[in-house]
Design a binder for this molecule. Structure first.
Ligand code: SAM
Length: 226
């Protein structure tokens, strides 16, 4: 249950030095030298329900100057991702310092981790479908949660969703289409976005679907101004 993992009371309470030690060296003190706060990097990408972390590992070298975090509910899976990142850092010095993972319930605690307009990309890749009507409120995309995601995303930021469950794909797209703060990214842009390929090729779930020859349904939307 929630009591088994710590919950930051606000985004300022998130200890970034634990996640990204190379960006926040311990000898600089908790808040750097006091004058450089404007320069302090912030988490910019969130992979919600990151599973085994394949997307983060694929994104890390593409955006070496962006801090990214995976959010994962399962304890053992989170521990696996932590170990995976540490092993990658150890065998590739100077790389993979920008990715990390946190165990949390993303449906409850997104605002505890990110402030207004902080994120430039959010990922919802192969989320659990929650088929039953009464479980729709447990889906990671809903009108209510999109309000929250819009708050933590910068204007122009992109939300990426993909699933192999057609009903869920339609649901996620419909919510995004209905929401006043999101607009579909045009097809020409999707085609040249290097991140889009990774949605299937880098995620463990996407690889599984590809091996089984399954179909996928993606919806890629931009946070816009009213
Ligand atoms: N995105 C990964 C991929 O594509 O390989 C994992 C997909 S897996 C089917 C869905 C993941 O979301 C699971 O690891 C599950 O534990 C996690 N999850 C489900 N509900 C969650 C929640 N409320 N907060 C955080 N993670 C959650």
């Amino acid at each position: 249950s929630d009591s088994h993992f710590p919950i930051p009371i606000s985004p300022d309470d998130v200890d970034l030095s634990q996640h990204y030690p190379r960006y926040f060296p311990a000898d600089k003190g908790e808040h750097g030298d006091g004058g450089g706060d404007a320069e302090a990097p912030r988490i910019r990408f969130a992979d919600v329900g990151c599973g085994f972390g394949g997307l983060l590992v694929g994104l890390s070298p593409l955006f070496p100057d962006k801090l990214m975090i995976g959010m994962e509910l399962r304890d053992k899976v989170t521990e696996y991702v932590k170990e995976r990142v540490l092993a990658l850092r150890a065998s590739n010095p100077g790389q993979y310092d920008n990715i990390s993972v946190v165990r949390t319930n993303s449906m409850k605690y997104i605002p505890n981790y990110f402030g207004k307009a902080q994120l430039s990309k959010m990922f919802f890749l192969f989320p659990d479908p929650h088929f039953k009507e009464k479980n729709h409120r447990r889906r990671v995309i809903s009108m209510h949660l999109l309000d929250e995601y819009a708050y933590v995303m910068e204007v122009g930021g992109i939300i990426y969703t993909i699933t192999d469950v057609e009903e869920l794909g339609i649901w996620m797209r419909t919510c995004l289409e209905k929401h006043p703060l999101f607009e579909a990214v045009p097809e020409e842009e999707i085609k040249v976005d290097p991140v889009v390929k990774l949605l299937s090729s880098a995620t463990e779930e996407g690889q599984k679907v590809a091996r089984n020859g399954g179909q996928t349904f993606q919806a890629i939307f931009r946070h816009m101004d009213l």
